[in-house]
Design a protein around this ligand. Structure first.
Ligand SMILES: O=C1O[C@H](COP(=O)(O)O)[C@@H](O)[C@H](O)[C@H]1O
Length: 204
């Protein structure tokens, strides 16, 4: 719909283990992929060839077949730390067509989404509904590497926002997140409690 309306559309996807089958199905979708810009909701600050790189996951499983002609804008750079790269990442992203047409979130077993981790050093900044930064760096006890993540207002502004989870364990985490409790304990709550919450896609 966004391509038909504006001639171009931007999609932000998550990484981790869950999206592989979704990416492989989406890559075959009959879209005008030359009009699509793909970026990431978040990434680990590792090289793009690292097995834990979300950019690598996207290249391997989404930017294939018909989707292979989409433009891809990764979040990571060759800088040693995300904090050194934030200004350049903001500049790169600033040149794109906002808002996101669609963003697909994942969720970790402890209730993180994007790289909004419990006890993350910049969690308050990332979740600030009035925050101006599109990207935020994040380090947290539960994150093996430094991270870079789109901030909550960017995700809130997406025309379509989805949360994609699989398995009974994640279903239990979601049920816990939907119960009363502080956002900082399970940051996915900040997303689930937005005025326009994500559509949840779950399969066993
Ligand atoms: O570290 C991350 O984890 C979440 C969830 O990943 P999963 O492996 O449990 O599916 C993911 O959404 C996020 O993009 C990724 O950086």
């Amino acid at each position: 719909a966004r391509i038909a309306r504006d001639g171009a559309a931007m999609l932000a996807v998550s990484g981790g283990r869950t999206p592989v089958r979704f990416f492989e199905a989406l890559a075959q979708a009959p879209l005008n992929w030359s009009a699509v810009t793909v970026t990431l909701v978040d990434d680990r600050w590792v090289t793009q060839s690292d097995a834990r790189s979300n950019a690598r996951l996207v290249r391997t499983h989404l930017l294939q077949g018909p989707a292979g002609i989409a433009r891809f804008v990764p979040l990571v750079s060759a800088d040693a730390a995300p904090e050194q790269a934030l200004a350049a990442i903001e500049r790169n992203l600033g040149a794109l067509d906002w808002p996101l047409a669609a963003a697909v979130l994942g969720m970790g077993d402890e209730g993180h989404t994007a790289s909004f981790f419990p006890a993350g050093d910049y969690l308050a900044q990332a979740l600030d509904p009035a925050g101006k930064a599109r990207v935020v760096a994040m380090r947290a006890p539960g994150a093996a590497e430094p991270r870079v993540t789109l901030a909550l207002p960017v995700l809130a502004a997406a025309e379509h926002l989805a949360l994609h989870i699989e398995g009974t364990a994640k279903r239990s985490v979601l049920d816990e997140a939907l119960a009363p409790g502080p956002d900082i304990d399970m940051p996915v709550r900040a997303v689930l409690r937005m005025a326009r919450p994500p559509t949840v896609f779950w399969c066993p």
